[in-house]
Unconditional design. Structure first.
Lengths: 218, 218
């Protein structure tokens, strides 16, 4: 069932999940595709089409059970996983990610934070002490992390990723501008280029016709 | 010339800009569409097509002048602007954005940081003292900011955006999960949903066939 789902549908699932969480927190128990569409600024047919990819959760004339649909989408996204995550780079951004993101909510557990800056070593972030990148290899051999969050400049990133791939880290949440898949095409990668987003906003605000529709699905 | 450019081309421009910056920093003066394509994991025809939207900068048999092309794309993205930016929410993420992002490089100047948490007031971030959100209206009347970075929870975001829109702030770099354009369709908005990205990575790493191609353009 989960095979052959288009990438654009997959890209929309986190957004569904997020809106369903909101609805749940507001005590909404069921919702029609029309109501959900209005809230998400989408269309009822788009929503029905997307959710049908996974077998369709709605019932004609009843709508969707919010809690069930959220749980189903969460399962498709593997948010019920137990992935061990390490964070490389405890600068401003890295520390903020460690403290700000509730990894457990997404099937992840942050188990280590690494930096090469000696001044940061031992500092406590999100209940973890920042360790030296010199200890990264040993740590990986022992703890076998699944995923790494990269919050380092492009310069050091290639070396770090090479080491991590050698230790079977296969997924990267990449905040650096290093193009991981250019060198490691097998890696699972999500790039977050914050400044690309700022540049896009710069364009949008000077060329306003771009705005509303484009943003609908983000 | 800049009209009728497809949104997907616009979305790719920051990536071109980023790669051209890299090339420039490496001292590369000119590059063919083929070489650029290889580096960006795109195709030469895609690149020529994209850049032709803006009049085409290349010269047959010579390739692109890296510095010129970068400057041209920067101008299209209005990175030579002088936009006044304020940041709302000086928690972990907000402080990291203030300290981590080089706003000046993108035609922006961070002129104010606001939070409602009294414990944070007066704290110095990126050369600015954190101010109370109570002072936001007065500040806007006096300084007329163009753009706001929202690093607050969804709960307080609607109220903040309403106030800002009333004070003619028309662009939002939105890290909150508040759907600004649902209430303010005229606003220029770039949403950054970090946890959507983490959820997508969660899916990708468990369904590896998704990976390489999809990431090509991010």
């Amino acid at each position: 069932m989960e095979k052959n789902i288009s990438k654009s549908v997959i890209r929309r699932l986190p957004r569904y999940y997020r809106f369903l969480e909101e609805l749940l927190s507001e005590g909404v128990e069921k919702i029609s595709s029309g109501q959900l569409a209005e809230r998400m600024r989408s269309t009822a047919s788009q929503i029905r089409q997307d959710l049908n990819c996974f077998g369709g959760f709605g019932q004609q004339g009843y709508g969707y059970n919010v809690a069930e649909l959220r749980a189903e989408i969460g399962a498709i996204l593997h948010l019920d996983g137990k992935r061990k995550v390490i964070l490389i780079g405890a600068g401003n951004l890295g520390r903020a990610i460690a403290a700000h993101i509730d990894f457990a909510q997404y099937g992840c557990e942050l188990i280590g934070i690494f930096d090469r800056d000696r001044a940061l070593l031992g500092l406590d972030i999100a209940g973890l002490k920042i360790c030296s990148t010199n200890a990264l290899g040993d740590f990986c051999r022992e703890k076998k992390p699944d995923m790494a969050v990269l919050c380092i400049p492009r310069e050091g990133a290639k070396e770090a990723v090479k080491l991590l791939v050698e230790h079977n880290v296969r997924a990267f949440w990449n905040f650096s501008h290093y193009d991981i898949q250019g060198d490691f095409p097998e890696a699972a990668v999500e790039n977050v280029h914050l400044t690309d987003s700022l540049m896009t906003l710069s364009y949008i605000m000077e060329n306003n016709e771009f705005s509303a529709k484009e943003e609908q699905n983000t």
